[in-house]
Design a protein around this ligand. Sequence first.
Ligand code: SGN
Ligand code: CA
Length: 510
Amino acid sequence: MRALTIFLLTLLSCAAADRPNIVFLFSDDHALQAISAYGGRLKDIAPTPNIDRLATQGAIFERSYCANSICGPSRACILTGKHSHINGFLDNNNSRFDGSQPTFPKALQHAGYQTAIIGKWHLTSDPTGFDHWEILPGQGSYYNPEFLEMDGSKKRFEGYCTDLITDKALDWLKNDRIKDKPFVLMCQHKAPHRNWVPAERHFNLFDGQQIPEPSTLFDDYANRSKALAKQEMSIAKDFYWGWDMLLPGKPTDPRFMPGLPNREFNRMNPAQQAAFTKAYASENDQLLADLAAGKLDDKAVTRWKYQRYIKDYLRCVRALDENIGRVLDYLDESGLSENTIVIYSSDQGFYLGEHGWYDKRWIFEESLSMPFLIRWPGVVKPGTRSKALIQNIDYAPTFLEAAGIPVPPDIQGRSLIPVLKNDGQAPADWRKGIYYAYYGEATHRVAKHDGVRSDRYKLFYLPDTDEWQLFDLEKDPEELTSIHNNPESAGVLEDMRKLYQDLRSQYQVK
Ligand code: SGN
Ligand code: CA
């Protein structure tokens, strides 16, 4: 009898082993510039050794894009494999995810996978297709955050959000996972989303250092649509004294916005508050003294704001990277690594001072890009660097194919498996461009636009001002001059307009 049980158990675990597990490690607003494997300007000052492990042991995609550069929409694209206008989640302010539609977690659950999501969800309706979920309400909080539980309750936990989400994910892997089933675990962090409050252990990281500035910190927005200057996401103008700059009290200098206080400070317990106040005091005092003494001109104030912002952002990234490392370590120790696909991605990119901005939404490279690193032993060759044009609508069909489930014809993304099996090279019939649409929101006042990116060019259209913008990413990688009106670009403009029309009709954009 015992021998038979062992035989059956072995058989079951072999069946499970045929289908890989999926660990989807996700974050919020993590720019490629802040991941050392991508090789950007911050790689030496703020390395991400744990995220980089995935690039060394698997593949990193250098042309990975979202379909709509904000939170809820990106997540809806990932779950459905469809663009925003099809899955119905157009923007953060007015949309509610229709959880009755087909999603990849539902399909995998139906095919026998155990499914779980822990962390940021931000799709308004409750998760569907998950055996287990524990999510942050809305944006969630960095300090002592609440989680929404499956029984409808809301519970507050003491600690730092990035650590807590990982604790919960590891706890699920260790204690709740059904050992003879393949599983999908989506571990989705809040960090490094605004308002960038670091873990206590990182309050003083980067103190005394000058973080390199992007060359476009003082962009004047010449040679591009006037809409660029109308946004409200500029480091010089749109940071709150308390909420963004984490400064106590109220500003007396008009170059700092009053208004939102640092609500995260109010959530901290007395010990956390004391540590925070102590860590930031000397830099804060110096700023106040310099402002009072009239020592800081406008550029110097912007530079100060940039340093405060980027350091806090990178401190949040440090905790994130450490926690990615904790999950990777556990997968190694438990022997799960071998048959588990691990992905690291983030809902969109972010401006770390490029064009003078923070936030995202624009089709420009920094916010259009999504990190995408994938480790899949035996399938993805370690050290692969791919230039294939990929998009978040491709994740769902990839997961379906990996699990041996047929990809429904109405899915708009394409499985990445042919690219993964081909050393990162796109097959001959791969897409020639990606389609992007941002639907406009009052938050940050970025104009509505849609467009396409090919391997070399980017074209987009702003309906409110009836303008086209065209960029040559090879000659102008920082996207500082639109060449849509240059007579010598007429041929490229025509080709790109054709690509735009083709992709709009392929994706049924009305
Ligand atoms: C909040 C932020 C914005 C941010 C959006 C969307 N403001 O509204 O800066 O663009 O979220 O971010 S804050 O005052 O609440 O920090 S997203 O990642 O969820 O799309
Ligand atoms: Ca986001």
